[in-house]
Each structure stands twice: as structure tokens, then as C-alpha cells.
Design a protein. Sequence first.
Length: 257
Amino acid sequence: MPETCSAHNAEILALIPARGGSKGIPRKNILPIAGKPAIAYSIEQARQSRYIKRVVVSTDCPEVADVARRFGAEVPFLRPGEYASDLSPDIDVFRHALTHLRERENYRCNYVVHLRPPTILRAVEDIDEAIELIVSDPEADTLRSVCPATLSPYKMWVPSGNYMTPLLEHPEFAEPHSMPRQILPQVYWQNGYVDIIRSDVILKGRMAGDKVLPFVVIKNVPELDYAEDIERLEKWIAIHGPTIGPSRRHTAVRHSV
């Protein structure tokens, strides 16, 4: 997609949520990966974007805050504990950040780019293309990166007493769970690679809104979820650097849904 003036003119904030606790890997967000704290990769990718104006980390942990500042992010507040539990929803974290910035700094943005620290490998070109895509569509509430799902939810079931009922219905097929996979609708799994939300959508209490643009990523997007992921990520970074790599991205990577 060609570079657009509107993307340059929009006020775009990158928000990186990074709480101190983690059950899977202790101190995951500041765990060294190839000699650099995990959160540093998202910070550096945001700072390399052509369009992102500010990079803010939302954390409840002073140690995470110190690391984030060292790599060039702003940490204008420490997140309240009630927004930093295992079950805290994204909307509470994002609405708190935008409300704080408005009330304390009179700062307003048009879009918020959500970059998750466990996603170590990103192409900055993808972040910028995603920004261009949503800015060019004034009707879109959000953009979400997705990948083709390997399993169809039309073939999934939920418990119902002693029995089961299909998870999904289909307008054309009475029993989609018994239809050939090839004729069922293509479905997509949100992968957390890069998401973008209009600020007014967040302030209304939503993270997706009604009109969600797809940003389809065919390439594998490994995350730092388990201890065994560390060696795999470090091997990749040693060979390719901290990016998926331009040779593995668009136009074959993204297509219409």
C-alpha cells in the first residue's frame, strides 16, 4: 500500500501492556531473549514505525517501568493493581491509559496500536501497513491481525447437560458439523501480532467495535508463552534478527476475508 498523508497526520499511540506477574514464565516481560529484555523488542519496533508518535508502556511493576524507560518508552503512570490481575480484561487497561493521558496531560490520539510483549518477532513494515490500512478506511472501528484457523468451529461442540450441542449454526446447512470441511466458511484466529483501535471506541468501553478490518498474516507468529519457546526464539533471532522478515510477508501474506 502506498504511503499516505493521512497516516502521517494522524495522532497514533503505541500502547504496550506489560504487567509484572506471569504464571507461565516468571518476569516474562523483562526476561532476556538473545541478550535483550522481551519488552524491548515491542518498544523498538514501535519506535521504528513511520507513523507512531508516542510509545507508552502500561505496567504495575516498577522494575518493568525502569526497563521500558531504558529502551525509550514512556511510563507516565503505574497501572493500578485492580487492572493487573490474571483476569483483567484488555479494555480496563486501555481505557485507564487513555483516561489518564487525557486527564493529566490533555493528550488525545486518533488510534492506539496494541503491541503485546510476548510477540517478539515483528516486521516494522507490517505495523506501518496495518496503520495505513485502518487510516484509509474511515468506517473501520478497529484492525485485528488474524491467521487462517487450522480447525473449524463449525465442527465443535459444547456440553448441554448429559449431551452436546453444536457451537455454531449455519444459515444454509442444518448440520454443518457433518459437512465437508472444504465447503464450510473460512474462519480466522486472532494472533495478537498487531491490533489497532480507534481511541473513541476504547473510551466507549469496547476493544473491537462493530467494523473490524482483517489483517491476515499467513506466516507463523511464535510467542513467548512457555520456557521452551526461549531457545527457539533465540535461534531465529541469531539467524534472521528480531523480525519475521520481509521475504515472508505480503502480498501473499495478506488477503481479503
